[in-house]
Design a protein around this ligand. Sequence first.
Ligand code: K8D
Length: 604
Amino acid sequence: MSQETDHGKWTVSSSDESADDDDGEKPSTSLPHEAGRGKEGEPHFPCSEARKTALKRKSSPLKHQDGSFPEELAPSQKQKPPEEGLGWCLSSSDGEEEEEVKVQKGKEDATANGRQTEYCTALKEQGRTQKPVLGQESSEPSEQQVQDAWDLLSGRNPFRFFLTKVKGIKSKYNLGALHIKDILSPLFGTLVSSAQFNYCIDVEWLVKQYPKEFRDKPLLIVHGEKRESKAALHEEAHPYKNVRLCQAKLDIAYGTHHTKMMLLHYEEGLRVVIHTSNLIDDDWYQKTQGIWLSPLYPRLPPGTAASDGESHTMFKTDLISYLMSYNAPALSEWVEIIKQHDLSETRVYLLGSTPGRYQNNEKEKWGHLRLRKLLKDHATQVLDQNSWPVIGQFSSIGSMGADQSKWLCSEFRDSFASLGNSVKSLTNHDIPICLVYPTVENVRQSLEGYPAGGSLPYSIQTAQKQLWLHSYFHQWSAETSGRSHAMPHIKTYMRASPDFQKIAWFLVTSANLSKAAWGAFEKNGSQLMIRSYELGVLFLPSEFGFDTGYFEVKESMFSDGPVSSFPVPYDLPPEKYGNKDRPWIWNIPYTRAPDTHGNMWVPK
Ligand code: K8D
């Protein structure tokens, strides 16, 4: 490979072949808990080598030689972590003017926790139930908060699609954004028990994200750690008697448990949250992450059939089927809870991946063939659809083979380019593909600086084998949502019109651009092999009352615009990489220019 850096051409031996099929590298199998003892910059939770490098570089930064910052960049201040116990949604100082955090000028982060605008969703939704959740709280939310919450999650947001709050940007760009503490706030419901599905989990941090009164409620953590890192996770969880762990089986090599979902069982009902953030502080701090919040699902009357409470999108059946695929007793308990609830208001389709080799009637249950089926059955043809590009946006990339014909422009495009039951799929080869992934410059100029690259684990070993792929690449840009400098860990896919004003569908998911996540054909296409667990939700126009076959794209995440237009979380049209642009690759050095903290990136 010839990725040019400040060190000239950076090449590696081809000895690292192990992770060939996965996105990025593997979770480390060292014992972070023990290895971390007494040592700065070592995480106390299992995570990837890329993330370890980022944590190490943050605790022992390598200052850029000239010690100055380039004109356009200035160091951002060290921002204080949220104080324990101070819920983002429970402050008494709400209603105050939100303060702008001027990172560019290096000012102290003035957005104290308690001053975040609050989105007190559940309150209005609980109109259906008799018991006001808020009665138990010491600080009642203001009418304005309730109104904001109502606006946010009801009439004004039919899609229920959110981004995470970002520290250090103008507060207007955090309107309608959520922190994990918002999601877990009592304003969303009175928690009885919960389940957290995720990849990278800091148990101590996670428990602190729950309001004090819910911290000892039963919490099930569903993860994919094995051996030493599983032992480390158990050690982490040991002090919390209410925390149970469930190891997702991963029988196929190089598979990982990427699914990010919360099941929140309340006195008032049930809520499902499908998102893209790991359960670690870094992922909820200065990144662009996606969240879909279900409505508050009411409990069905006792004695109703388990098949009741289904939505037009078959969400209940599909969620149960996804959970059953783990074959885990702890999840059967959650299936029982789901069966007791009415999920009929759900407007999205569930789209998951679960490890296995699928044939015949199982082939279309998961991965890209599931997407293909949904788009054939429930999306409609649009005029000139062959000129409508497929756009993929992700934070890691697996190995796609020696050229585009191997996977990207064959099975991947055939699935993502499906629209209605046409015979036109013969002409899929015209359909443009745009891939959005941050450049080195995007990362360097980001709020986090180079350490943001710890969650963009595209490796040199993978990249050097697929230089052809990079010609599809477009920069990360999110000016209209004020998030150009909040690096994406969100993954989205959509089909846009040639002028990018319309989209035929939109998907937010944990699935990166990899065969491990989406599946790859085996046995001449008679079998789909999937290595990892992934989960996302698909938005189709027909479910939101459009018979045109498309959504209008919202002009910006914050424009008032028609409520019916879709809030795409980055700038359209995507901008191609310039001649000098390179995709961010985590395991090579960048020393020529300092990042926003004045530092360089030297992994290892
Ligand atoms: C991460 C190392 C990874 C694959 C997926 C993810 C994710 C991460 C790494 N390969 O959670 O999306 O560290 O975020």
